[in-house]
Design a protein around this ligand. Structure first.
Ligand code: PMT
Length: 223
């Protein structure tokens, strides 16, 4: 991947983890640092692509030459990805998106009850599945849509099922572990294709996995 093989392409990458607010000071979130998505954005830019990086709550500096759109919640991420995807050749969803959000946002900080009363159970509502929506709608014909899955057990079986349910072209399955996935500098994955292909990527820098993903995406471009 050292050539400008993505020149003339527009790619959209999501990174980081969404935060779903409960009140002005609290949220439901996850441990994504944004590193894998930022590595995807940086490698695509290095290969000549125009890159839109929809970044959810990442503290990382924006990669050179990449258009960064910061977002907070899953609903904001959906709006930003949709807005950018209209003319995109590929969309890669590396973000960890909350499946649920609090049903109610409290405009004032939630107080604990006096007298040691037990708290109310937290009511949640479902967030839209952004990847599945995009894969079903394909705002641009021939657009390549890829997702990630972070799994803790039976990773390939869960990955295959998730690939089918999301309807995307590629699903990058990474196993949650100490020196990979959330927060780590390195990762290890199997990239599953809707065509039945399986591409194992050995433990290494997140940029190396990113380059392999772009190779597999580029192979699927029409024309
Ligand atoms: O950011 P890092 O610290 O580098 O960590 C990288 C990572 C572990 C976050 C990344 O490699 C990764 O695996 N991202 C996906 C995390 C995940 O568990 O996804 P999921 O199984 O909940 O969702 C599967 C796919 O659907 C993902 O592409 C996700 O972006 C998408 N999704 C999920 C829920 C939802 N409501 N909408 C979505 O689009």
């Amino acid at each position: 991947g050292s050539t400008a093989d993505l020149a003339g392409r527009h790619v959209v990458v999501s990174a980081g983890g969404t935060r779903e607010p409960l009140d002005p000071v609290r949220f439901l979130g996850n441990r994504s640092s944004g590193k894998q998505g930022y590595a995807l954005a940086a490698t695509a830019a290095a290969r000549g692509a125009r890159v839109t990086l929809v970044a959810a709550n990442s503290a990382l500096p924006g990669p050179a030459g990449v258009d960064v759109v910061p977002v907070g919640t899953a609903l904001e991420l959906r709006d930003a990805v949709r807005a950018a995807a209209g003319d995109a050749d590929a969309v890669v969803m590396a973000a960890a998106v909350a499946d649920f959000r609090p049903a109610v946002y409290a405009a004032g900080k939630i107080k604990k009850q006096d007298g040691g009363a037990e708290p109310e159970p937290l009511a949640l509502v479902r967030n839209p599945d952004i990847l599945a929506e995009l894969a079903a709608a394909r705002p641009r014909p021939g657009q390549v849509v890829a997702g990630f899955a972070a799994e803790t057990d039976d990773v390939l079986a869960h990955g295959r099922a998730k690939l089918a349910s999301k309807g995307c072209d590629l699903l990058v399955v990474n196993e949650v572990g100490e020196r990979r996935t959330f927060g780590a500098e390195e990762n290890e994955a199997v990239v599953l294709g809707a065509d039945g292909s399986e591409t194992p990527v050995p433990h290494g820098p997140k940029e190396a996995l990113a380059d392999t993903i772009w190779d597999l995406v580029a192979k699927r471009f029409p024309e």
